[in-house]
Write a protein that binds this ligand. Structure first.
Ligand code: GLC
Length: 439
């Protein structure tokens, strides 16, 4: 993409120079300097519109391939990538700052599944219904849970791009099939045994920094012991024996020597980098880990990775539900072009690119039967994976989610650091969450 950008800029420069010398140059820019004509001439159809697409860091090639394919199909739309922070909470705050100021500097943005309702309510995003209707997009073809995450007050504010669910990835050259851990205790034991073997430094990698990913990891421990944070009627139920048991197991693992000693600074990038460098037999991560582990250019463990459900607690295995959607900035100066890009990325062609190059799990069920998608991600064909997607545990569904998330992050972090007992941490969470929700 960068190469293409450099080429495009010189082509544009040339076109601009030609335009300026040949005619008035009135069509050369649209005022914000974003739109240019290719060539000096005539019609609207040769006008190139630049849209800015914001998303978090993509360690795979998927985004580059998506933009390439889109620009090829839409020579009049030039997509510039704006990389946002990898930490989803920081990314959220960066959008909020921008959109509160009614900035039009970005046109399209990816939204974590936990944000669309908040963004819609704040008036940051454009409702997509009229575009969907005009282009006859059949919403019944989408995974309805994923679609619902972008629906608020009867309108569709974001289109689902992919679903995430927590999984256990393991090294097939180090972990014999019969040693793939089924429970957290088995994981601890096997990770201890394997640590140091085959050039590894750690036994297990996870995300334990104080940020949104910590909430996902905590939800998985809590739910695998039968606990919940907020129940489906919106009651705070985190102070339960089940949630306490789950968090105690999390504390035990984080304080053990199977994880890196600085695991409380690990988000996805730190953990996946250690994994693809061959430093651990196990990692908890999202589906993209598989494509990344098989990327010849970056990974030292190509062809040596397989996937299993996360280890179980008393109640069974539980995976957090994640995923990303795509929306249009309400203040975008190019909503039409922005929609074309949203439509492409979330339609069958775009989702296939994301699945093949990024290992992302599609929100269009039809793609789970696509040969190329399955070749790149053989585990998508497994019943266990599809069941895990369907059974994934959502984070609390509450209007002021960022505030609730922060309460969870702070208290879980303190428990992991040994500053609070798990009992104290859940008591604090209960009190603070109840107060925040009754505001
Ligand atoms: C993944 C998930 C997202 C979650 C984030 C936490 O990107 O898709 O839903 O919030 O990880 O780090």
């Amino acid at each position: 993409m960068k190469k293409k950008k450099a080429f495009q800029s010189s082509a544009i420069l040339l076109a601009l120079t030609m335009g300026l010398t040949a005619c008035s140059g009135g069509e050369n820019a649209d005022g914000d300097g974003n739109s240019k004509t290719e060539g000096n001439k005539e019609s609207k159809s040769s006008e190139v519109v630049k849209i800015v697409y914001a998303r978090g860091q993509d360690s795979t090639k998927a985004t580059e391939k998506l933009i390439e394919a889109f620009e090829k199909a839409h020579p009049n739309i030039d997509v510039e990538l704006r990389e946002m922070p990898a930490d989803t909470g920081k990314q959220h705050d960066a959008y909020v700052t921008m959109l509160n100021a009614q900035s039009s500097e970005i046109d399209v943005m990816d939204l974590d599944v936990i944000w669309p309702a908040e963004f819609a309510q704040a008036g940051y995003t454009l409702p997509l219904d009229r575009f969907i209707e005009k282009d006859g997009i059949d919403l019944s073809k989408y995974n309805q849970g994923a679609l619902a995450a972008g629906n608020f007050n009867g309108k569709q504010w974001a289109m689902p791009k992919f679903i995430d669910t927590g999984m256990l990835f393991y090294r097939t050259d180090l972990v014999p099939e019969d040693k793939v851990p089924k429970t957290w205790d088995e994981l601890l034991k096997t990770a201890k045994e394997l640590k140091g073997q085959g050039g590894t430094k750690f036994g297990y990698l996870m995300q334990a920094k104080q940020y949104e990913g910590l909430v996902c990891n905590a939800v998985e421990f809590i739910a695998s012991y039968g606990g919940q944070i907020v129940d489906k009627d919106g009651n705070v139920v985190v102070n339960s024996p089940e949630a306490i048991k789950g968090l105690k197991k999390m504390v035990e693992i984080v304080q053990s020597d199977v994880v890196p000693s600085n695991v409380t600074t690990f988000m996805e990038p730190e953990s996946h980098t250690a994994f693809i460098e061959g430093q651990a037999p196990f990692i908890r991560n999202w589906p993209y880990q598989y494509a990344l582990a098989n990327d010849q250019e970056q990974s030292k463990i190509v062809g040596k990775v397989s996937v299993a459900p996360l280890p179980a607690g008393d109640k069974g295995s539980a995976a957090a539900l994640g995923g990303w959607m795509t929306a249009i900035n309400k203040y975008s100066k190019h909503p039409k072009e922005a929609w074309e890009f949203v439509k492409f990325m979330t339609g069958p062609e775009g989702q296939k690119i994301s699945a093949v190059y990024g290992g992302l799990a599609p929100t269009l069920p039809e793609l789970y039967e696509d040969e190329e998608v399955l070749k790149a991600n053989p585990f998508f064909a497994e019943k266990g994976f599809v069941n895990a997607l369907n059974a994934a545990v959502p984070r609390p569904v509450v209007p002021n989610y960022p505030e609730i998330s922060e309460i969870i992050q702070i208290n879980v972090s303190k428990a992991l650091a040994g500053e609070l007992t798990v009992e104290q941490a859940v008591a604090n969470m209960e009190k603070e969450m109840k107060a925040a929700m009754n505001k």
